[in-house]
Design a protein. Structure first.
Length: 256
């Protein structure tokens, strides 16, 4: 059975099914998942959840929506968690989101920069959220990111933007959107970005892939993302899984 790494899964927030059932489904499909945090409080929940599940890994970070709650203590808490939990292997999800609220753009940028610099200090990868903020996200990364491997989580930009990211050695992570019938940009990215820059994810319980769209997503549905990418590229499912797993393991050598 091929191994898959789901680089972004909120399996700890699933509501419509048993979380344990979702975790069991991961094991059945030989999938390893990485769980991000969202808020300064959530970093502790992710830490505890990962500690209770030996075959999961995690990111700690503060999502743009919660930057008003960010403080220097947040960074101190994140550092303590990282030092005491070897399964925390990245900083995320962090970044910019201008879709919901543009009133605190400058604070979003400030907190994003602080978390980039923190990731550099910790020598850990960055899992990045960017929505309607593509130019600012890339410019900040160019200016402030010195040594952390960056991943554009749940990529929603154009093929041209994906190519600009790749010029900066940034990986492109695709989720269930690529299976949607009218997701033209996502399909173009999946078809044309070099395979050695692609990663797989679900962002569950959101963005459920076809054929389960309309129901709650779960991390094992990453197999449908891989299959759609294989179809678009006219290559085998096994090849997509093999290369994307190799890509993820370059970024996260802690994953066995």
């Amino acid at each position: 059975m091929v191994k898959i790494i789901n680089t972004h899964s909120h399996v700890n927030t699933i509501k419509e099914r048993s979380i344990q059932d979702a975790l069991n489904n991961l094991k059945k499909e030989n999938i390893t998942a990485i769980i991000p945090s969202s808020s300064p409080e959530d970093i502790f929940d992710v830490d505890k959840f990962i500690n209770n599940n030996d075959d999961l890994y995690g990111y700690v970070g503060v999502f743009p929506e919660f930057v008003n709650d960010f403080s220097d203590k947040t960074l101190s808490d994140m550092e303590n968690i990282i030092k005491n939990n070897s399964q925390i292997i990245g900083i995320g999800e962090v970044g910019l989101d201008y879709y919901w609220d543009k009133t605190f753009k400058e604070l979003q940028k400030e907190v994003f920069i602080k978390q980039i610099e923190f990731a550099n200090e910790m020598n850990l990868p960055l899992n990045i959220h960017s929505r309607d903020a593509y130019f600012d996200t890339l410019e900040i990364l160019k200016k402030y990111n010195k040594n952390s491997q960056a991943i554009m989580h749940c990529f929603s930009g154009s093929l041209d933007f994906a190519r600009e990211c790749i010029k900066e050695n940034i990986y492109i992570s695709l989720g269930g959107v690529v299976t949607f019938k009218n997701a033209k940009s996502a399909k173009e990215v999946a078809k044309n970005v070099p395979l050695n820059y692609l990663l797989l994810e679900t962002d569950d319980p959101y963005l459920t892939p076809v054929p389960f769209r309309g129901k709650e997503n779960q991390p094992c549905y990453v197999t449908y993302v891989a299959q759609e990418i294989a179809n678009l590229r006219n290559i085998s499912y096994e090849e997509v899984c093999k290369v994307t797993t190799e890509n993820a393991m370059r970024i996260f050598p802690q994953i066995s």
